[in-house]
Design a binder for this molecule. Sequence first.
Ligand code: PGA
Length: 236
Amino acid sequence: MKIVEAKNYEDLSKKAAALISAQVILKPNAVIGLATGSTPIGTYEQLVELYKKGYVDFSNARTVNLDEYCGLSPENDQSYRYFMNEKLLNHINIKMENTFLPDGMAKDFDKECKRYDELIDNLGGMDIQLLGIGHNGHIAFNEPSNTFPAYTNISKLGESTIEANARFFDSPSDVPTAALTVGMKAIMQAKKVLLLANGMDKKHIIEKSLYGEITPNVPASILQLHPDLTVITCFK
Ligand code: PGA
């Protein structure tokens, strides 16, 4: 495990973008696992900058997102497809057909979970997986529970997650209560994992996840077992 302490949020974002760009430079058709939430927004801004300056070419890259809310269409401005297009994908030269998220509008969610795992397998898994972390230790939308879910699953969002995500919605009751999320297999089989934590409020859960007991009650603790984990932190 490598831990990099960033000076501030901009520094964290620049470092994360540099590592993702390096991956695409070394392997132009890299499969990049992407995350949503507030933490990676700066990373996406930096990636757009690096692309505009000509340092990185995404024309052969593929992206796979971790999760999507159940019941939100790509046109809904709270959906993760909308977020990804707005923050990154519309601003770089990636081919949209090479960008993937679970389908929050699927008629049969069980089938959709299976399809998503097959899609990831067919792409050969992620070369690099970007992750944020929830205050309860969730990664993607895998909430604390008694087992580590291996496969893409339908996650019932915990109260603290709904509360945290309510800031993006008009009212807390608008926050969807379920999401489709990749499981631990896709995350742990990523060749590299890049975990970002920004803010003093993430310090406790990062310490618990990286140095505490490995337990599904703290889903991110499984990352202790990943052979190539980089954590970039800014606790301010
Ligand atoms: P945040 O969310 O980046 O908005 O803090 C992280 C997460 O819930 O994974």
